[in-house]
Structures are given as structure tokens and as C-alpha cells.
Design a protein around this ligand. Sequence first.
Ligand code: ATP
Length: 428
Amino acid sequence: MQAQEPTPPASNEDFLSGLRTEAGALRERLSPDVPGAPADGARRLLSFAEKYAVAPALRDEALKLRLMSRFEAGAQSDDLVPRMIALLDAILAEHASGQGQAGLAERARAKARLREHYMRSAPEQATFFRCAGVVKRYGGFSLGTLDLDLRLGEITGVVGQNGHGKTTLLKIVSGQLSASEGTLGYPMLHQREPDIDWPVVKDHIAFVPQELPAWRGRLVDTLHFEAAIHGVKGEDNEREVGFMIERLDLGGHVDKHWDELSGGTKLRFALARALVWKPRLLVMDEPLANLDVLAKGRLLQDVRDLAQSYIHPMAVIMSSHDLYNLEAVCGQMVFLKNGQVDYVGDVRAIQRRYGDNEFEIGTATRANQVRDLLLGDLVTSVQQDGVHLRIRTVPTCQPMDLLRLLVEQGIAVSYFRDNSASIRRLFS
Ligand SMILES: Nc1ncnc2c1ncn2[C@@H]1O[C@H](COP(=O)(O)OP(=O)(O)OP(=O)(O)O)[C@@H](O)[C@H]1O
């Protein structure tokens, strides 16, 4: 299949004028008189270089300056501002020569080709984990039967009530528990039962458990150590740790110890620790449990971006009770009910399982009154569900149709959600 061409950039004139405006603003930030320079300037310069620099050496220089601005305070930092300005000029010179924009377009094409290679041209390469007919039996509990593929670049959500088998599934996928029946393998690594070389497989799987283990010492040292024990040494180690700290916005905490961190930051560090050696499968057990509403959104966005990296795509599987946040990032969902696999597949396909639509509303009007006002050609049922009402409609009823009916009947609504294709329905 032909790789899709990246969207062509704006005209050369527009592009150059945008580039110069951004460069001008950045140059002002690089003045030694600006508070927070050079650390703040180095951070901005790194983003600028990632966006515009064509030669890899220029992007490497930006990362080096960023690391120096953080770790080498004092005398050496005097050299940083001139080096940063020189780098900015070098990036502008790449573009002034007319080579820049063509180089960026070529880079975008190369990324698209790489993605194509991983995602489409070699499906075996894109499937990290595959199982068929898997069952796990404990004393009185049994999980399965499970058929599941985990693909690079895709996030799979595992949902179900407490004790219904989510952790058990995650442990089977990551090789911590053996299955009682069925077959499993890791196609991308050419590992299949009965000859799975587990040390090889586990070298590609990061597991972030529900209870995060505490670390000793400074957090940045722990990251360097973690990368080193997975074979990431020397300059690569510096670069990967620096990248992950930047990527997960942990720069302000690197010198701290475990006890000094909030729950959300602990999780981000656990994630950095898991990803700094570039695993191919990330397994997370209830990562959202202790996060506030903003931290949840940010974490999921970061996990999605990292999973879909062009250079190093990763498969992700995570359990959570936070259905709406989870389904916003998941391509695939597994729903467990008393250990049975009640649903596995594309999130968007859930709607097909039901012959109707479902909406959730918040209102001060009582359920029986709403029922009297709404039941008819569009609305087939109204039920109280906790603090909200669950309204089922005929399949042709769109959100606007129901909203219009609610307004016509004078029902004041404080909350409205279309759950027609949501995994929330599976819990009904
Ligand atoms: N090592 C074990 N030996 C026997 N039974 C176990 C073992 N581990 C878990 N179980 C049982 O298996 C069932 C599923 O447990 P699991 O931890 O997978 O559920 P869960 O969905 O992750 O629950 P939660 O949402 O509470 O974390 C439970 O009934 C549990 O008691």
C-alpha cells in the first residue's frame, strides 16, 4: 500500500514568515536579562529545533544545551546563551538556503514510510502479542476464553468490576502468570508457545503496577540506572533520560526523592522509568486511580502520543474504571464480567451490539415525570441510574433530536451524554 503523503506545508513565503516570527520571539527570550534564561530559553529552543531543524546534529545540539542548562548551573551557563543564539541562527540559515522546507517535507515523508512499514506492510511486525482460546483458572475463579491481539501504536483498555479478572489478564499478557489453556505468542519477536524465550520477551515489556514501588535516591539517578540495566549506556543513556524527563515534563523534580512527590508525579516518574529503555509493550494496572481530573487527561494524552511515536511505536494495555477517559484514547476494549470476556474489539463497534441508542442526562425532574413527558415515538425507556437518568431511544434518534424533545417538554438538563457507542453500556 502506498504511504500517504504528508499535508503539504503552507507556501514557502508563509512558512518563512512564520518561522522568522517564532525565531524572533525566541531570540528575545534568550537575552541574559530575561528572568529564568537560559533554562527557559533552552527548553523553548529544543521545541523549536524539534519542529524546524533539518540536520540531526542541530536537534542533538538543542538537546545537549537543554541538558546543560538543567544540570550545569553556574559558570558554564554563561556559555549557553551564545551557543543557543548560534544554534538559532544555524536553523534559520538552513531555511534561508531554500533547503529547509524541502528537508522537513522529506522528513515527514520518511516518517510516514516508517509508520507504513510498522502498521500496514508487515502486520506480523505490528502485532506484539497474540493469544487464542486462553483460559486461566484459580481456585474458584476462571478467566476467559480470551482471543486478543495487541498491536503497535494501539491502546487497549481493560474494564470490568472489581475482582472480575483485569489484573489476571494483564499478568498473562506480560508473562507473569501462565495460562491454564490456550496458546499465546509474541509475533513481533518471533516467539510462540511452546518455545517462548521469556527473558527475551520480558526485555520488551514494561509493567506499571497498581501499587507503585518506592525508589531510593534522586529520581534522575534512578532513571539513568533503570536505562543502564536495560542496556542503554553512555550518550544514549543521557539522551533517553533527558528526552523522557522533557517528554513527561518532569524537569522540576529530578533532584527530588520518592517521598517528596505527589501521587500524580510518582506515576509520571514510574512511567518514565518504564519507558526510558523503550519497551514495545506497556502494561498499566489502574494508572488513573489516584489522579486528579487534569492529571488523568494529561497522562492519557502522553501515553497515546508515546504509543503512536513514528520512530518507536508501542502497544499499550491498561485497566481502569474511568470509562469515559479510557475510551477517549483506546482503539480496542476488553470488557470482563465475572471473568468471562463479554466484549473484545473496536470501541466504535459497541453500538452495533445494541439495536437502539442510549443517552445519560442530569436533571432535577423526577424519573417518572420525565418518563410521562418523553415516552413515545423516539424514546423507548427512561431509568434512574445513580444520580443520572438513562434514556433509550430508537436507533435513528440523534443527540439533537433528543435535546430538542427535552427542550420542548420543558425539562431542564444540567448534564447530557451520548452513550450509544460507549463501553458504559456494557455495564448496564
Ligand atoms: N493468586 C491467586 N490465587 C487465587 N485466586 C486469585 C489469585 N489472584 C487473584 N485471584 C482471584 O481472581 C479473581 C480476579 O482477580 P483480579 O485481581 O484479576 O481482579 P481485578 O478485576 O483486577 O480486580 P480489582 O479491580 O479489584 O483490581 C478474584 O476473585 C481474586 O480473588
